[in-house]
Write a protein that binds this ligand. Structure first.
Ligand code: GAL
Length: 659
């Protein structure tokens, strides 16, 4: 026996290290932004050459490219020379290449441009299961970004590495349909300023017709019994517990909504739709009205979705003669003028409000917005008043073209503090969403300058990575400690369903079905604003199911507003958890890796003891009672989202409400 063992060990030690030319792998597995990857030649089928240096072997690709190779821990090193292929022939060619091992960045190139000499990458791959070669854009779009991985080799032992395309999972609907009996959804707390126009649509699912009533409404408010819209103006500040009822032929539902009439608005994160990622510059009054209609006809409004927000491109372009976007940007008195696609802003918000919904608008503190339209610079006071007069309920305030007037954080705060105080002076509740991509650690001062939410990073749609960047940022900066009622970190919009394609067309989201579950689950755990930015007028059943799971949405809208933090990480699996108002705990078991994995949520990590009931929130099913831990198999890039409730208290130990 010992002889056999010894022989085996010698054999293992002798296992020969071999070298594989990466260009001998199946290159059809490479996903890229233009053309097809070419073996031993550039993406345009010319001899490989970087900075004048020719190479006989390698892979010619085009940004953004992703090449996945399964190593299963048997590889030793990856080596290559890389850069922009000489045949790119453009100053606009700029790339950043990365080598990742199991999702971790092992190497990253500097920003590389045309004619620049090849850079060498040489990284150890010990224990790496999946190697990813990424050819990314250098920040100016992917045009001419011809990426070469020249002389790329993997040294390994045992079975040959294999290029693969991660299997695309099927979009499986987990959300059960809402019952026909009435159910009141949405947050349990709502903030409004006394004396301002008040509008709250009671979100309720169940068969129509439905009748609504409300007991204990503050003076000045009334409820429309037919559609459940509460409106009016609250006369006096105070906290008003209101007992809301919704009934239909099949039953009755009641629920208490605490209306807090004080200085704070947006006590729970805003939920709605924004035009940007689907319509870009094509947005119009017609699209906004159709989107408001869709908010109602899809039933989203019954689950708490409220805001219908116009993003950039509704104003006019300074100096432009274009018949649609051109003409004077302001009237003789300096009042903003919308472009030809928005004939009457007040009529538009009236229309949106008539459906129980709220309306949002966008501008920038600079002279022009990011897309080059008139901004608020030097007209802030007038523009804030215009937005209020037009009837808007939310302003997204970008940063583009603004030049800070003071160094550091003071300069970053200034335009937002100005707009924050101007909005507070209006005769309306207007939510302020800061959009300056996280500069100067905006989460530390976004609330102080009058914001209710602030974008924490770059645009998710431009390749800011859902997993690598978002999860890492929220963990590293402990962003949970900066969120609370009326103060939300905003990781950008929900990229679900159909998003913008070329020339005003739409195309499916870049996220796989599992990644879509991950996005919604993570956003809810983070207490992030939930703003869909896919085409709301064409929602497929899967996308709709992601947006209408009331138990999942209840996590986002929980009135305790304690955002989740990462409580553990093992390899590429992470567990995030947040406490809830009713004493329960929401826990997300995430798998950021490319293979299915078992994820363990340990009570000790979450800060719990004893026996807890576990409810799967996407399936809306109890899965059992557990002690010490809950483990689940989680598919690649997927999530299992659960709620833990103490088996001893059955969750009756309510936490003290805030707000
Ligand atoms: C970006 C912003 C996007 C969108 C765009 C409009 O700065 O991050 O969400 O608003 O401007 O041009």
């Amino acid at each position: 026996m010992s002889l056999i063992c010894a022989a085996l060990m010698t054999l293992a030690a002798m296992q020969v290290t071999k070298s594989l030319s990466v260009s001998d792998l199946d290159l059809s597995t490479i996903k890229q932004g233009w053309g097809k990857a070419v073996k031993d030649r550039s993406v345009t089928d010319t001899p490989l050459s970087i900075g004048g240096r020719p190479f006989s072997k390698g892979v010619g690709t085009h940004a953004k490219s992703v090449f996945k190779i399964r190593l299963d821990g048997r590889a030793v090193r990856f080596h290559a020379w890389c850069g922009v292929d000489d045949n790119a022939r453009s100053e606009r060619a700029s790339v950043v290449l990365r080598v990742l091992g199991d999702g971790n960045v092992l190497w990253q190139s500097p920003r590389m441009t045309w004619k620049q000499a090849a850079v060498q990458v040489d990284v150890p791959l010990k224990n790496v299961k999946i190697l990813t070669l990424e050819g990314g854009d250098g920040g100016d779009g992917i045009d001419y970004d011809h990426v070469d991985w020249a002389d790329a080799t993997i040294t390994y032992s045992g079975k040959v590495p294999l290029a693969f395309v991660p299997p695309l999972e099927r979009p499986i609907i987990l959300t059960p349909p809402a019952p026909p009996t009435p159910r009141i959804n949405g947050p349990s707390v709502y903030g409004a300023r006394p004396g301002h126009p008040f509008l709250y649509q009671v979100p309720a699912t169940g068969r129509r017709p439905m009748r609504f009533s409300a007991k204990g409404l503050p003076k000045g408010l009334s409820i429309n019994p037919e559609n459940g819209q509460i409106s009016g103006r609250i006369e006096k500040p105070g906290t008003y517990p209101v007992k809301i009822s919704a009934s239909n032929r099949l039953g009755l539902a009641t629920r208490t909504l605490r209306i807090v009439a004080g200085g704070e608005i947006a006590l729970t994160p805003q939920m709605g739709w924004n035009s940007w990622y689907v319509w870009l510059g094509h947005v119009s009054d017609k699209i906004m009205r159709a989107s408001a209609d869709a908010m109602v006809s899809t039933g989203l409004v019954n689950h708490g979705w409220q805001y219908v927000d116009i993003d950039d491109c509704w104003a006019r372009v300074p100096g432009s003669k274009d018949p649609v976007n051109g003409g004077p940007t302001r009237d003789a008195s300096g009042n903003l003028l919308p472009n030809a696609k928005f004939p009457d802003m007040k009529a538009l918000t009236d229309y949106i409000h008539s459906k129980g919904l709220k309306a949002g608008i966008y501008t920038s503190p600079g002279p022009t917005t990011c897309a080059g339209f008139e901004g608020a610079f030097r007209h802030e006071e007038q523009d804030a008043k215009t937005f209020a007069d037009w009837g808007f309920d939310l302003l997204k305030y970008d940063w583009c073209s603004y030049k800070a007037e003071a160094p550091g954080v003071e300069g970053l705060k200034k335009p937002y503090a100005l707009m924050g105080s101007l909005l507070k002076q209006q005769d309306r509740d207007i939510v302020l969403n800061l959009c300056q991509y996280g500069m100067g650690e905006v989460w530390k001062w976004g609330k102080e300058v009058g914001g209710q939410s602030w974008r924490t990073a770059d645009d998710l749609g431009n390749g800011y990575n859902l997993f690598r960047d978002s999860f890492a940022l929220y963990d590293r900066q402990h962003l949970e400690s900066y969120s609370g009622p009326g103060a939300f970190n905003d990781p950008d919009y929900l990229l679900l369903g159909q998003v913008a394609g070329p020339n005003g067309t739409t195309q499916p989201t870049q996220f796989t079905p599992n990644e879509q579950y991950t996005q919604v689950s993570m956003w809810c755990l983070l207490a992030a604003p939930l703003i869909l930015s896919g085409d709301i007028t064409h929602l497929d059943p899967f996308t709709l199911s992601l947006l209408t799971n009331d138990e999942v949405l209840a996590i986002d809208q929980d009135s305790l507003v304690k955002a989740a933090r990462k409580v553990s990480q093992v390899g590429e699996t992470q567990v995030w958890a947040r406490p809830l108002e009713d004493g329960g705990t929401a826990v997300g078991l995430f798998n950021l890796g490319d293979d299915e994995a078992t994820v363990n949520a340990m009570w000790a990590d979450v800060g719990l003891k004893g026996r807890h009931k576990v409810r799967d929130l996407w399936r809306q099913k109890d899965v059992g009672t557990y002690s010490e831990r809950f483990s689940a198999k989680v598919p690649r890039h997927g999530v299992v989202l659960v709620k833990l409730t103490s088996a001893a208290s059955s969750g009756r130990a309510r936490r003290r409400p805030t707000g």
